[in-house]
Each structure stands twice: as C-alpha cells, then as structure tokens.
Design a protein around this ligand. Structure first.
Ligand code: MF3
Ligand code: CO
Ligand code: CO
Length: 251
C-alpha cells in the first residue's frame, strides 16, 4: 500500500530528518585520521538521544549500532568497530535513520578522510550528483522508473557500477515502506508518483563492478572486485511544487 502523508505528517518527518542531517554533519566534522568507526557511532548515538530521538538502525533486524559506517570497498551496512581505524585517504559512508515522535528520516553521505585521490573524489562527486538527478525526476505524474533512469543515465558516462541489489524505498512511520526505488529503470514504468509520497533515494555507486557480496558478519556489503564505493541518500516529499528534501544539511 502506498501511503500519502499530510503536510503535518511531512513536517514531523522533516523534524526527524533534520536531526539525521545534523548527525551527518557532526560525523563529517569528527571523521579524522585515527578515529575508530566505533567512536564515531558513539558520538552519533549520544547526539541523537540528546535530541530526544532514537537511532532507528540500532536493533533493526539485529543491527548492533546506531549508524552504518562503510569504509572504502564496503558499500553499505558496515558495522562500527573499535578495530576499524580511519586513515588518511580513506572514503567513509555514513548512513543513519532517526526516529522522532514516531516518524523517521533516513540519510547517507560519503566523505573523504584527509587527502583523497582524484579518482575517489570524482566517485564521491558523481554519486552525489546522481542523487540530485534522481531527486529532480521525483515529480508528481512521473513514474518510479523515471527516478532510477535519471540516476543510472547520470552515472553511465563514467563507467561506474550502479548497485542493483539494494534500493531506495518509501518511509514514514516505518523505515522501509513501498514503493521500492531502484537506481536503474525504464522511463514511464513503475508506480506513478503522487503528492504526499515520502521516499528515500539512495544511489550506491561502485568504481568498478556493480556486483556485491555480504561478509560473514552478516551485514557488511562489499564490492566483489574490492574497488571503492560511495553512497548518498536523502528523504524527500513529493509535492505539487516539486520534490522537497527533508534531510537537507545546513553546511
Ligand atoms: N539506512 C538504511 C537505508 O537506507 C537501512 C539501514 S539497515 C540497518 O535503508 F539495519 F542498519 F538499519
Ligand atoms: Co539509509
Ligand atoms: Co534508505
């Protein structure tokens, strides 16, 4: 069932989304060489709880932390660890969901640690731009396939792998709701986008092959060829005035 949200409900998703976005900003500032991903997760959890909100990933299907932290060839669902120390030149994806007063916001970004090489910098830029291309296609009357097509065609000239095994989704009082929002698609196919839908668009883009596998920890999704991957995500409302991002970062 596709749920349409009232303007008041959308404002509650925005309140959760703002805390999630501010948490990403905090993580970006604190992600320095020598930090462990476990320390960053603890900082994020403390901040989220100080806002009277809940880190919704913690305990979701048994996920053991508040933030998914995925380094270099890890695509998504990395588990924060005191054995993972960030180093100059790494790229790190942070993905988190905040629940506030029953409503959720979900957002992700990939950042560089210290100086990163040009190829990694381009991967981050193109992935973020592909998210913007997907958002621009999230218009009333368009179809879900138009979003995926926009993401995929933005990325194609760079020869990167667009991950197909994980997708965006509807969100609201549940973290994952209908419809699924793949990062590939055929224009004019799939569900029609209506005002009041709230969705997450989240391209996961690999430097090399699109193929991924899950590590034996049961969570960490890594590229098959061990090349790097980036992930950007926003929660947005579809409105008659166009897409409205509910997880916008102020800086
Ligand atoms: N934030 C993820 C998403 O974009 C889901 C996190 S999986 C969890 O859909 F287990 F960590 F919650
Ligand atoms: Co997410
Ligand atoms: Co998501």
């Amino acid at each position: 069932m596709l749920i349409l949200r009232s303007p008041r409900e959308i404002e509650r998703i925005r309140a959760a989304g703002k805390i999630a976005a501010d948490t990403l900003t905090l993580l970006q500032q604190r992600a320095l060489p020598g930090m462990t991903t476990k320390e960053l997760d603890a900082l994020a959890e403390e901040y989220i709880r100080s806002c009277d909100a809940v880190p919704a990933c913690k305990g979701y299907y048994g996920f053991p932390a508040s933030v998914c932290i995925s380094v270099n060839e890890t695509v998504v669902h990395g588990i924060p660890s005191d054995r993972v120390v960030l180093r100059d030149g790494d790229i790190v994806s942070f993905d988190l969901v905040v629940q506030k007063d029953g409503f959720m916001g979900d957002t992700a970004m990939t950042v560089g640690i210290g100086e990163i090489d040009d190829a990694s910098a381009q991967l981050l830029r193109v992935t973020q731009e592909s998210l913007a291309a997907g958002i621009a296609a999230a218009l009333v009357g368009n179809h879900v396939g138009d979003i995926g097509h926009a993401v995929e065609s933005y990325v194609r000239p760079y020869g990167y792998g667009v991950v197909e095994d994980y997708v965006g989704h509807g969100i609201g009082t549940e973290m994952h709701a209908e419809p699924e929002i793949p990062n590939y698609g055929t224009p004019g196919t799939g569900d029609v986008l209506e005002a009041g839908m709230v969705i997450c668009i989240e391209p996961m883009i690999n430097m090399g092959t699109k193929r991924v596998r899950t590590l034996r920890d049961g969570w960490s999704v890594v590229t098959r060829d061990k090349q790097r991957s980036a992930h950007f995500e926003h929660t947005l409302a579809i409105t008659d005035d166009g897409p409205v991002i509910l997880t916008e970062r102020s800086c």
